[in-house]
Design a protein around this ligand. Structure first.
Ligand code: SF4
Ligand code: MG
Length: 326
């Protein structure tokens, strides 16, 4: 199938007192039309930086240090202002964890939706308002809420409004960075079900970013695992479920899922802390936490092993055996 979003060898650096630090290192990733891909990793692994780089919205001196981001074949870092204005919202839209707090408190929901539409398309206020009502219905909010102010809505409703605004210009790609993390579990489930339904109906692609591995497994068809700025594993969900061996960090994330056992709720985490990007260990950055680390892991960064349906960076894998523990 055809790629909507192509990321090639992308690196993003930000300035620090010790010089530039790479928050995203040499990442390559494709998002196909209608596909939902998950991006998982602990906080600080570079997931949000990658999302901002894809939107060309890097802040605070963060900048692309190498590589490319292309949308429908077009390099977004070569776009002029007009192309960029059209590209944001109409081609790619983004929903953040705290987006519901970014709604303007002094404007009604309707005014904010209408503004978004009319600033990108030459349609009448009436048309934009009608479309706004349809968008609210789409996320199961009473269209009368067009006249409400953000504070009159619950957190869950505000986040659904943000999703409705993100879909207002019918984007091809939606980037969702922890879109429901701030909400309680029941509201979260409802919203995620709606996102799945809308994706099926409207056919957009989604890059779904979360620290919650089990949640991502429920949503997506392909999973990318990020550690210390690098994609350490990319696998189809079925491959992840059926094969025994994964990148040790992925295994840790899979175990970190709270499991309901007969007597008890067992929570297994990954020992150790994610590493400070300013001071990454040599070799494989995961080696201080890895239960399978070998001597080579401390000195040599593993190369990227690419086989059908699977990409991994780990010294336990090679192209032939794919895995060799021990
Ligand atoms: Fe562990 Fe070595 Fe693989 Fe890194 S390369 S994840 S340290 S086994
Ligand atoms: Mg983040």
């Amino acid at each position: 199938s055809q790629s909507v979003l192509e990321i090639d060898n992308l690196s993003v650096a930000y300035p620090s007192s010790q010089g530039d630090v790479l928050a995203v290192q040499d990442i390559s990733l494709r998002l196909n039309k209608g596909e939902m891909v998950g991006l998982v990793g602990e906080s600080g692994s570079g997931k949000s930086t990658l999302a901002f780089a894809i939107m060309r919205l890097l802040k605070n001196g963060a900048h692309v240090a190498g590589g490319q981001v292309r949308v429908n074949g077009m390099d977004i870092y070569q776009m002029d202002d007009e192309q960029l204005r059209r590209f944001r919202w109409k081609t790619i839209a983004m929903v953040f964890q705290s987006a519901m707090n970014a709604l303007n408190p002094v404007l009604t929901i309707g005014e904010q939706i209408v503004d978004t539409i009319t600033s990108h398309e030459s349609v009448s206020h009436k048309e934009a308002f009608d479309r706004g009502q349809e968008l609210l219905k789409m996320v199961r909010i009473d269209p009368l809420r067009m006249r409400s102010y953000p504070h009159e809505l619950s957190g869950g409703m505000r986040q659904r409004v943000v999703i409705a605004i993100a879909l207002a210009l019918n984007p091809q790609v939606l980037i969702m960075d922890e879109p429901t993390t701030a909400l309680d579990v029941v509201v979260q489930k409802t919203i995620l079900d709606q996102i799945m339904e809308l994706k099926e109906r409207l056919g957009f692609s989604v890059l779904f970013i979360s620290h919650d591995f089990s949640l991502v497994m429920e949503m997506v068809s392909r999973i990318c695992v990020m550690y210390a700025g690098r994609l350490v594993e990319i696998a189809d969900k079925n491959t992840l479920i059926t094969r025994d061996h994964h990148h040790p960090y992925t295994q840790g994330l899979m175990r970190a899922v709270p499991r309901l056992t007969a007597e008890d709720i067992e929570i297994l985490g990954i020992p150790g802390n994610p590493h400070d990007l300013r001071n990454l260990p040599a070799g494989c950055a995961y080696h201080p936490r890895c239960e399978f680390a070998k001597p080579i892991c401390r000195v040599e960064r593993p190369r990227t092993i690419v086989t059908p349906h699977h990409v991994v960076e780990c010294h336990l894998f090679d192209e032939n055996s794919e895995v060799e523990h021990g």
